[in-house]
Ligand binder design. Sequence first.
Ligand code: HEC
Ligand code: HEC
Ligand code: HEC
Ligand code: HEC
Ligand code: HEC
Ligand code: HEC
Ligand code: HEC
Ligand code: HEC
Ligand code: HEC
Ligand code: HEC
Length: 292
Amino acid sequence: MISNGWLLALALCAGLSAGASAEGGKTEVGATACANCHAEKVEAYKRSPHGRSLAAAKDVPFEKSCETCHGPGSAHAEAGDVTAIVNPKKAKDGSAACTSCHAGEKSRMFWAGSVHEKNGCASCHSVHGGEKRLLAKRSELETCTSCHSDVKASLMKRSTHPLRDSFRKGSEGKMACSGCHNPHGSQTEKLMAGRSINDTCYTCHTEKKTPMLWEHGPVKEDCMTCHTPHGSTNDKLLTTRPPRLCQSCHMQGRHQSGTLGQNSVYAVGKACLNCHPMVHGSNHPSGTVLQR
Ligand code: HEC
Ligand code: HEC
Ligand code: HEC
Ligand code: HEC
Ligand code: HEC
Ligand code: HEC
Ligand code: HEC
Ligand code: HEC
Ligand code: HEC
Ligand code: HEC
């Protein structure tokens, strides 16, 4: 794999840049030296968003590029000793190579201490020749569900958000996991992108946010009281089907409780919603019991 000719060139190169940054006796040798054994990586880097923008901005000239993330490579470049080079994916604090530049960015404000921090940036991003946004898999959905397989299973249920078609390569689909989650960390539980679960839902379902003349208590409190986010065997992502769903809270009263006969108007069709369709609230002057 290694020819004597370029080993010599390598030695020369290492010698020339010996004055550059050193770490435990290691020095920087430059990208041209890496290219001797990792030509594909070098080409991929040149085409990647990092290669294009950093070199163009002269922030990290090509020769310095590899070792910005991998550290000084002289010891490794001698014969390819893998223990003598940093692989950020395997290194204990591998993400430091990324956060040195990607610090203070709004979307990653809550990275430190977030659930994904210990997996590292490289668990979702593949810096060399990654897909769009440098994601490790061909779509965001595949990247996320490679670990969250239970969520993938939910997406196959009868009622879901329109996420499934985003599994195709390059497809953005109608939405993705990041429509609701911030994978980089969030102030909110469950990595919600919004300030709360409800606020996240409102970003798309804005009509549910509007104040109503007659509100339905649980709706403004937490959408998850009646819905499940990823998939349900019931229509409309409901956790349980009416009338049972409604009866979990409404057991007092003339008609809402008790064993409802199979053909009862309280149980067939949309059950309680036959007469109370405005379950998210009503703006009708006489919609007091959410009937219009
Ligand atoms: C003499 C040939 C040679 C040179 C020059 C060389 N490498 Fe390597 N490198 C290898 C071999 C062989 C491996 C192990 C097989 C593989 O992963 O491709 C390797 C592996 C690596 C790995 C993976 C280590 C791991 O633990 O997974 C990284 C990162 C790496 N090289 C970076 C670099 C960088 C950066 C440079 C330039 C500073 C460089 N290499 C120069 C031969 C070389
Ligand atoms: C922005 C940071 C960054 C830069 C710049 C960078 N690498 Fe990497 N490199 C990584 C990360 C992170 C990994 C771990 C695997 C992954 O995420 O793709 C890696 C993995 C590798 C590997 C191991 C093989 C593999 O696919 O896992 C080699 C070899 C390598 N890089 C060589 C290079 C060379 C040569 C350059 C310069 C052209 C370079 N890298 C520039 C971050 C970087
Ligand atoms: C030397 C500074 C620097 C380092 C180190 C660095 N980045 Fe970047 N990164 C940038 C810049 C600048 C951009 C903006 C590129 C653009 O907008 O075209 C960028 C863009 C990105 C993007 C967005 C790409 C896109 O398609 O929009 C991702 C993802 C990313 N970096 C991940 C990483 C990861 C993961 C690491 C660590 C392995 C890392 N970066 C290390 C400077 C850096
Ligand atoms: C759990 C998976 C995951 C991890 C871990 C992760 N990212 Fe991301 N990242 C994503 C996804 C998904 C996107 C695309 C989001 C979008 O398109 O809005 C993204 C987008 C980005 C972007 C471009 C858009 C933006 O938000 O600026 C950058 C830069 C980036 N990530 C850097 C990083 C860095 C740096 C780390 C580590 C500190 C990291 N990512 C860790 C999943 C991840
Ligand atoms: C490398 C594996 C891995 C990948 C890839 C990954 N995650 Fe995670 N994720 C985890 C682990 C580990 C946890 C914490 C343990 C748990 O709750 O399962 C977690 C937790 C979560 C949580 C729950 C947070 C909480 O507070 O309970 C959400 C939401 C999440 N991930 C979303 C995503 C999204 C969205 C993506 C894709 C952008 C993604 N994950 C990619 C491993 C991964
Ligand atoms: C419509 C918004 C939405 C979308 C899209 C979405 N999630 Fe969630 N996710 C949520 C909400 C809300 C919760 C919190 C559920 C709760 O607390 O009951 C959650 C919880 C989670 C959890 C924590 C464990 C659990 O099941 O409670 C993981 C992991 C997760 N989501 C991963 C993903 C992945 C991966 C994707 C993309 C395939 C995704 N989510 C898409 C809204 C969404
Ligand atoms: C990124 C935008 C977006 C966010 C955020 C979002 N949704 Fe949706 N939601 C949609 C789209 C798009 C549809 C499909 C509409 C259609 O098919 O007409 C949908 C459909 C639904 C449906 C009907 C499902 C069915 O089977 O017909 C329910 C229920 C729902 N969303 C609840 C929620 C809840 C609860 C949240 C917050 C956890 C939420 N949505 C967050 C975009 C979003
Ligand atoms: C008290 C239970 C309950 C709560 C809480 C609730 N929903 Fe619903 N939701 C329902 C029922 C029942 C349906 C089915 C209506 C139908 O089939 O006519 C539904 C249907 C939907 C639909 C699809 C039909 C439509 O109206 O657009 C969306 C979207 C939706 N809900 C979003 C939300 C959001 C967002 C929240 C939180 C702000 C929320 N829901 C809170 C019970 C609830
Ligand atoms: C998590 C508990 C909960 C669930 C589930 C629930 N509700 Fe309610 N509902 C309430 C609360 C709390 C009120 C407001 C307090 C009150 O007046 O009883 C309310 C009020 C109502 C009212 C107006 C009553 C009045 O006197 O003004 C109707 C009608 C109603 N709900 C129907 C339904 C239907 C239909 C469903 C099923 C789709 C349902 N509810 C599911 C908690 C719930
Ligand atoms: C055939 C139409 C119809 C169906 C079906 C129906 N309701 Fe009603 N509901 C009404 C009417 C009309 C009122 C207001 C008049 C009254 O006091 O009975 C009402 C009132 C209510 C009230 C306000 C408190 C009260 O007792 O007056 C609640 C709560 C309620 N319904 C819940 C439910 C639940 C839960 C179901 C499903 C098990 C359901 N309703 C099914 C017609 C219906």
